[in-house]
Design a binder for this molecule. Structure first.
Ligand code: A2P
Length: 350
């Protein structure tokens, strides 16, 4: 695809669950594109994807495929990013990487545009997109942290299977059908593809996302801890997480408890959240209105509700935070970073 004005963009992992949404976001946001390359593994080369009504041919992601590319959106797994993002950067592209490959690299900014947009100015060719659960949490907490200061966060997540990729969505659908039809349930993907033992996700809740570490937390839980500290630029903030996979296709939900440094008023919290960019407050318990994964699916905002003061801690607040993990949690945050790069003049039109 070639146009006269705009930017040369590539999407790596374009056939995957997040890659597909990256294409949708570029389309929905009318991102100024001069050209768009859709890249995936050799297995998919030659396949077609539709973009703005045009058929684009998937190419194999190789170092040379990045020749002339100005912005490369990566979501093809950590090993692909490790290998190809430096190659793309060497060829002049700014890589926005949705994997965990570079997130904790001190040379790589980890960016949520509502929280730390200034960090992206320091980039050296790679900008990391945080973990999905982290993005929605920090986007909602930022206005409260700015106002009251934040000492600690305790979060429990209820995460959708799409976070584990297209194969995980398929497994949930297949298992659900098998249970309803009284057939044998095949367990091949969840909780983590490469482990020898798997559990049924249909009609279940699995308290494991990614592998366990020596401290008893999972890698997903530690991502929330480390990434939150890095994005907030605050090593002293205490963050502990319990991450749970549930049989939902799209939309992560989070029960979040925070302790502030200073006193707060619930009404003021509500109004700060109502004014926050990218945040929508849905908090009307009398009418049974609160954020729901099904309502958040296919939307780019972060939804917040169930606001209530802790029963014992005077500076403790409980909230329920929901967002589409493939959009704000991945594809939208990445495209939003690309929009910010363009807006702030960090990339010139060719
Ligand atoms: P492919 O469809 O060719 O395997 P998901 O997270 O939904 O599983 O998607 C993973 C994405 O990453 C897919 O687009 C997949 O392409 C892509 N991918 C996987 N391995 C590679 C690789 N070695 N090089 C480039 N893209 C890859």
């Amino acid at each position: 695809m070639e146009k006269n004005t705009g930017y040369h963009v590539a999407v790596v992992g374009a056939t995957g669950a997040v890659g597909e949404q990256m294409l949708k976001m570029l389309e929905d946001r009318q991102f100024p594109l001069k050209s768009l390359k859709v890249l995936a593994s050799a297995r998919s080369a030659g396949q077609k994807v539709t973009f703005r009504g045009e058929e684009l041919t998937v190419e194999e992601a190789t170092p040379d495929a990045f020749e002339g590319v100005q912005i490369a959106l990566f979501s093809a797994g950590g090993s692909v990013s490790k290998k190809l993002a430096p190659e793309a950067a060497k060829r002049g592209a700014v890589c926005i990487d949705n994997t965990s490959a570079f997130r904790m690299d001190p040379e790589v900014p980890l960016v949520v545009p509502e929280v730390n947009p200034e960090a992206m100015k320091q980039h050296k060719g790679i900008i990391a997109n945080p973990n999905c659960s982290t993005i929605q949490m920090v986007a909602a907490l930022q206005p409260l942290r700015e106002k009251y200061g934040m000492e600690r966060i305790i979060v429990s997540t209820y995460q959708a299977v799409s976070g584990a990729g297209a194969k995980a969505i398929q497994e949930l659908e297949d298992q659900t059908r098998a249970v309803i039809n009284g057939e044998e349930v095949k367990k091949e993907i969840m909780p983590v593809g490469s482990l020898p033992k798997h559990h049924q996700i249909a009609f279940n809740a699995i308290p494991q996302i990614d592998v366990f570490l020596e401290n008893g937390f999972t890698n997903e839980e530690m991502k929330m801890t480390r990434e939150t500290k890095k994005i907030f630029g605050d090593e002293n903030i205490a963050v502990s997480a319990t991450c749970v996979r549930i049989p939902v296709v799209k939309g992560h939900s989070e029960a979040v408890y925070v302790e502030f440094q200073n006193d707060f008023e619930i009404d003021e919290v509500r109004s700060l959240l109502e004014q926050a960019p990218g945040v929508v407050v849905v908090d009307n318990p009398q009418e049974q209105e609160y954020p729901l994964a099904l309502d958040a699916a296919d939307k780019i905002e972060v939804f917040v509700g169930r606001l209530r003061r802790d029963l014992d801690h005077p500076r403790g607040l409980h909230l329920w935070i929901v967002s589409d993990n493939l959009l704000k949690g991945a594809a939208w945050n990445a495209v939003q970073i690309a929009e910010e790069l363009v807006k702030s003049g960090l990339i010139e039109e060719k």
